[in-house]
Design a binder for this molecule. Structure first.
Ligand SMILES: N=CN[C@@H](CCC(=O)O)C(=O)O
Length: 326
């Protein structure tokens, strides 16, 4: 299946392809062996292999490479009492076939991608299923919010752990304005963005976040001990306990994570895990989105694959635990 101008393609996984990525070991069960089962699926995972969004935001390419190391790592973790993986489906991936050198053309390309991601989600996510989208730029938050708002018939609340608010002007689509476009179009109601870096958010954007009634916290306030990050995670969870919540984690919030906006100062992976475990503990998660990882070496592939796997498995375990408690 291709997008309208044929600049993107969706390729579903076959069970055989997925099983080929699993290294079997006698006496053990790997997650991939259960992921291919015929059981009812609660979580549907999609990869997005593109970096047109970050490039259209004047950033660096590489986000097309985040998903592949995730899949091979995730399929090979242990299936055990903590996570069996039978309720998880790895559906397929959207890949970019083109990118231009012209900024305007790339921003139009992002619109084509927005529509294509929405089409794929509409086609492959059932009524009670939760989509998990991995890889690509933060631009793909827009179709995820649109998909969720359309199926719930109202704008949703979203939480994002991110040094950048991605609430830039409506200047053509890119990875830095998914949330401002979604708010303008009524798909996003209240935006909670946690851990903004003082140095990387324009005054104009911060003022607009305030004017539009959103909630944001500053990373440096946590460093100075003027705010408590775990309390802020918990407060977002409590405020959204009974509302459908979109959960976003920009991989560039994590210290040294290979990405377009790689940072030497930021969240530890452990803090990011606590974030996901806390904010996902609401009654209805609309989706999980983990964009922006951009590995370029073998070592970086390992780091990205394992980091994404910890985060996705934490998320699934948190949602599963809630369902069992109910
Ligand atoms: N989604 C990320 N957005 C950031 C990062 C830009 C970059 O790639 O360098 C932003 O718009 O500021």
């Amino acid at each position: 299946m291709k997008s309208r101008e044929e600049n993107f393609i969706y390729t579903p996984y076959t069970s055989e392809e997925l099983l080929n990525m699993v290294s079997l070991r006698e006496g053990e069960k790997r997650l991939g062996e259960n992921v291919v089962s015929e059981e009812q699926k609660k979580f549907v995972i999609f990869g997005i292999e593109e970096s047109v969004g970050p490039v259209a935001n004047l950033g660096k390419p590489g986000a097309e490479g985040g998903f592949a190391p995730f899949v091979s790592t995730f399929l090979n973790i242990q299936a055990n009492r903590f996570l069996l993986g039978k309720g998880v489906k790895i559906a397929g991936r959207i890949s970019a076939l083109n990118r231009f050198s012209d900024l305007k053309k790339n921003r139009v390309l992002v619109e084509e991608l927005d529509d294509f991601v929405l089409e794929v989600l509409n086609k492959h996510v059932g009524p009670n299923q939760i989509p998990i989208v991995i890889g690509g730029g933060h631009n793909n938050a827009f179709p995820l919010m649109k998909f969720s708002a359309q199926r719930l018939k109202k704008g949703i609340n979203v939480v994002n752990l991110d040094p950048h608010a991605d609430y830039r002007k409506h200047e053509g689509r890119h990875s830095g304005n998914a949330f401002s476009y979604a708010f303008q179009q009524g798909y996003l109601e209240k935006y909670h963005v946690i851990g903004l870096h003082e140095n990387y958010n324009s005054e104009e954007m911060l003022s607009r976040l305030e004017k539009d009634g959103h909630y944001f916290t500053i990373f440096e306030d946590y460093l100075a001990g003027q705010a408590n990050i775990n309390e802020d995670f918990l407060n977002v969870c409590k405020e959204n306990m009974k509302k459908p919540l979109g959960v976003e984690l920009d991989m560039d919030s994590i210290i040294d994570m290979p990405s377009s906006a790689r940072t030497p100062s930021g969240m530890t992976l452990e803090r990011a895990r606590i974030y996901l475990k806390t904010v996902s503990n609401v009654e209805k998660v609309a989706y999980l989105h983990l964009p922006e990882a951009a590995p370029s070496t073998t070592q970086e592939n390992i780091a990205v694959g394992k980091s994404l796997t910890y985060l996705v498995s934490d998320f699934i375990k948190t949602v599963n635990k809630r369902e069992l408690i109910k």
